[in-house]
Design a protein around this ligand. Sequence first.
Ligand SMILES: Cc1cc2nc3c(=O)[nH]c(=O)nc-3n(C[C@H](O)[C@H](O)[C@H](O)COP(=O)(O)OP(=O)(O)OC[C@H]3O[C@@H](n4cnc5c(N)ncnc54)[C@H](O)[C@@H]3O)c2cc1C
Length: 485
Amino acid sequence: MNPRTSVVIVGGGIAGLAAAWELSGASRGPTTSTPRIELVEASSHCGGALRRAQFAGRTVDLGPDGFLARRPEALTLAHELGLDDELVPISASGASIWLKGTLEELPTGLALGVPTSAKSLRTLKGLTWSSRWPAWRDEHAPRKMEVTDDVSIGAILRRKLGSELTYQLIEPMVGGIQAGRVDELSAQAVFPALFAAAQRGGSLMKSLRADAGSGASAGVNAQRILGPLFMTLRSGVASLAEELVRQLQERGVVVRCDAAVSAIRPTPSSVYPWEVDTDDTATGASAIILATPAPTAGRLTSALDGELSDLASVNSAGAAMVTFAFAATDTTLPPTGTGILIPLATAWNDDIMMTTAVTFLDRKWEHLRREGEVLLRAHVGRIDDRRCEALSDEALVERVRDELATVLGRVGAPLAARVQRWPQGLPQYYVGHTQLVARARRALAPYAIRLAGSSYDGVGIPASIGSGRHAASEVLALLDAASTP
Ligand SMILES: Cc1cc2nc3c(=O)[nH]c(=O)nc-3n(C[C@H](O)[C@H](O)[C@H](O)COP(=O)(O)OP(=O)(O)OC[C@H]3O[C@@H](n4cnc5c(N)ncnc54)[C@H](O)[C@@H]3O)c2cc1C
């Protein structure tokens, strides 16, 4: 490879950082053929939503607080960075749901929130009797559904399991992870197992149950066989991004913050075929990785091919996270579980609840426990609920505390509270997303420009890391091919 090759990565979230790690040789480290690497980040820090702060005497994540450990990408990266000793498994399981004014334990054997047997719903008193009938029907005389092209998650669930189960039981989990609505989210892109089960026909629940096999539905057994479902890092998930930046800089990767890329242009007559511009710099590049949200990537590349302007349609939901420390004597939590789900449109006083989920941080993560205290986090906001944006931090803390008092029975005055707002960050994969991304990638294929990040290959830390590393491998292969006589 020509030693003068230069790769610019636009966007310093975990996908962009992971791309830089792969380009710079990953665990092997740089060699003489490693290109010059420059990572350009618009905000004042790298890591995107991976941020941490001191709160009530602990280091607490302000964005993601853990990651799926049954996918390898985040664990592998932590291992390569030498962070094995920092990894901590989740130390609780199960959750509750707020149904018709009562907290109920979620049944076991759910596949990403979808029940896999009608029997498992028996214990849920907050569901009407008529809501159980479609589940019974799905097991014994499943409704037909022709699924060829992509369809919304909600369309499958409503047809097979009825509206009440869809909106009251399943949407809080499936939609909650994306801060989106099941009626808009793509089954193919967001919940491929559900899409495949619907395509197979027959009973949706039996099909999902068969998929889970001895895995998710086996509960404790699965934990023993497959390892913990979620993990974090003792110093916060954000420490993964911080350590990555440190080691990248040590390797000579140029990391620039407070530098928004405003344009990328072909410069065929120059040494480098591309130029990446910020307000005050122009960097030559042999190849570019765009690890920004899709609309930014669309804006930067739409002049190359009209197809790329469709990337602007990848909407993103925002969220606010309100973290509380309460005195244990002032707060009653359900006896078990990592948190609570709250269905959308749950009535509260004369309004609708803003809180969509509550995470018991110090139940999930043992290292956050302190004698006599409870540490929890409320999640607020959805793609179609931006009410929190109109409230000051103080007003939001008060509102959420009052909602928690309803759900938990009682909570005292917080010992500490902190609001973290994420105005964007949860891309919405609408129906047709997979095809939209494929078209964009096809349009970029003739150019040495690749897309990476949570707008394309899955939301979540492992998927974003995988996406960044894959884009980097493709770029290395392109550069290698270009330098081969
Ligand atoms: C509130 C919240 C909670 C979450 N919880 C979890 C969780 O518990 N577990 C989990 O696995 N995942 C979680 N996620 C999802 C996970 O955080 C994301 O999927 C992942 O961090 C996305 O990384 P990314 O690099 O693809 O995108 P981003 O982090 O969005 O990075 C994109 C970067 O591009 C930069 N940028 C944009 N425009 C430009 C430009 N013109 N020039 C230069 N830079 C630019 C942005 O500033 C940003 O830093 C959560 C997300 C949010 C928002």
